[in-house]
Design a protein around this ligand. Structure first.
Ligand SMILES: Cc1ncc(COP(=O)(O)O)c(C=O)c1O
Length: 491
């Protein structure tokens, strides 16, 4: 039984804890109701821009004196909550952003209450993270000795995975000596590889110029013959090829490398095979034909992917999964005396996650994933992924049958790119029209698309990673594009 201290200004209350828990409870319930109301009504809450007046209360000004919990709840409700980026809305298809699950609202309360540090030690949150990593391992067909780490997202997961690849190529001494004495490393990926791979190579001191971007073959994946040639040429020139980055779901088009072919080549060439599966890895849970696209992912040496994109889990949560735990550990483990291993007690609980990455203090990201899997099950999440693939195909069909719109590239997964500009227009005029339609629909709240460049031209792009999207939303969004297009083009 919880005993509440309901006395106002209790002198014995720990500083910063409420001295009136009943009042706090009432405010917390009020805020929870507001959050649930928000989610119930999310269809009426698209992104909206912030005016100067909206932005002003976000400035902290002089925070010397606090406003108290009741005023805080009002501020959170009125000044913060209305201004989400709108990725919770059913017609949000911009960039690649997940929609967030109701289960996350609950799990985040537990996370805040426990305030766990998941860098290591023997406590419940660590076992939850282990359960999540273990499920990922099984889901992607990795061996039982594989290791993994939850991180902020695929960008960070790529750093972790490529650090392991670098260590495998250069040995453990490279942690101390750096890479200045080694031969120049070389990595390989398809031309449409996400820029996080280049950034990871920059951070690791390898440099992004060492990333060879190879042309796409006819199926949208890396041209394996060109890759083979590039590796041979680099070896002949004295470079040290160390890693091939396969893409499972390219950011612009949702295209896949032939992962089995890359795994075969890496085995022959003794190279580390990393897969960027930020969102596309989750095709693994979809029905055929989409799940077939990820065949071979289970052969990767490392895999980076997100829960916050196509598993709909709240931001942020990405995963680095590494086949060889020993290499993973050797790339990061470092335990000064004050973090020494204990055989029992809170300081036990080996292995510690701080030995698998750069962060010593780590939040409890795993719970929102664990809660989603417990509450809905992977089958239901897989069905939502399949439905998004079907909706991308539906969108492509609507584009092809709507006068004035044309598909820019075949839809393979959940990404649909198209143009609303007349072919006969000059290139820059086409670019401007597609960009204008995109921003106008964002501003009107009708739908959020984003843009990208394909063959040098700006196109409208939808990446559907949204469990709230209905087939009617797809129809509505494409009609909205056609409406603005017809007005602009005058037909
Ligand atoms: C294919 C791909 N890789 C990597 C990333 C980076 O992931 P994150 O935003 O989680 O760092 C993205 C982001 O959209 C992506 O689409």
């Amino acid at each position: 039984m919880v005993t509440e201290n309901t006395t106002q200004s209790n002198p014995l209350a720990p500083p910063l804890d409420p001295d009136d828990w009943t009042a706090f409870r009432n405010e917390a319930h009020r805020l929870l109701d507001t959050c649930i109301d928000h989610l119930v009504d999310v269809r009426n809450r698209p992104w909206r821009p912030l005016s100067d007046a909206d932005r002003a209360p976000l400035s902290l000004g002089d925070p010397t004196e606090g406003c108290g919990i009741e005023a805080l709840v009002d501020e959170l409700t009125c000044n913060v909550l209305p201004f989400s980026s709108g990725n919770t809305h059913p017609r949000f298809f911009g960039w690649v952003q997940g929609s967030g699950l109701a289960s996350g609202l609950l799990s985040e309360m537990i996370v805040a209450t426990m305030n766990s540090n998941c860098g290591g030690r023997d406590h419940g949150a660590v076992y939850v993270e282990r359960a999540v990593i273990d499920w990922c391992r099984r889901c992607f067909g990795f061996p039982s000795q594989a290791s993994g780490l939850l991180v902020s997202g695929t960008s960070q997961a790529t750093v972790i995975c490529l650090a392991a690849a670098r260590l495998r190529a250069l040995g453990t001494a490279s942690r101390i000596d750096g890479i200045q004495h080694s031969r120049q490393l070389a990595a390989y990926a398809v031309d449409g590889v996400h820029n996080s791979t280049g950034k990871a190579l920059e951070l690791l001191g390898v440099g992004s110029s060492t990333l060879r971007r190879l042309p796409m073959g006819a199926d949208g994946g890396i041209d394996v013959a060109s890759l083979s040639r590039a590796i041979a040429e680099d070896r002949a020139a004295g470079l040290l090829p160390f890693c091939v980055v396969g893409t499972a779901g390219s950011v612009d088009l949702g295209y896949f490398d032939d992962l089995n072919a890359l795994a075969d080549l890496c085995a022959e060439e003794n190279l580390w095979f990393h897969v960027d599966g930020a969102f596309g890895a989750w095709a693994r849970l979809a029905q055929a034909p989409w799940c077939d696209l990820v065949q071979g992912i289970e052969r990767a040496d490392s895999l980076a992917f997100d829960f916050h994109k196509w598993m709909f889990v709240q931001y942020d949560c990405g995963v680095a999964l590494i086949r060889d735990e020993k290499i993973h550990r050797e790339a990061f483990a470092a335990r000064p005396a004050y973090l020494a291993k204990q055989d029992q007690g809170l300081g036990g609980g080996e292995p510690w996650y701080c030995d698998y990455g750069t962060d010593l203090s780590r939040g409890f990201r795993a719970l929102k994933v664990w809660s989603a899997l417990r509450a809905y099950g992977s089958d239901a999440l897989g069905r939502a992924i399949t439905r998004n693939c079907e909706q991308a195909a539906q969108m492509a069909m609507l584009v092809e049958t709507t006068p004035g719109l044309r598909l820019s590239s075949p839809v393979r997964l959940n990404v649909c790119c198209f143009s609303a500009a007349p072919r006969e227009w000059e290139g820059s005029a086409q670019d401007s029209l597609n960009a204008k339609i995109t921003s106008e629909l964002q501003l009107s709240g009708d739908a959020v698309f984003s843009t990208t460049k394909l063959d040098g031209r700006t196109v409208i792009r939808a990446a559907i990673t949204n469990h709230r999207t209905s087939e009617e939303d797809i129809i509505y969004a494409i009609s909205a594009v056609a409406r603005v297009r017809d007005r602009e083009v005058g037909s």
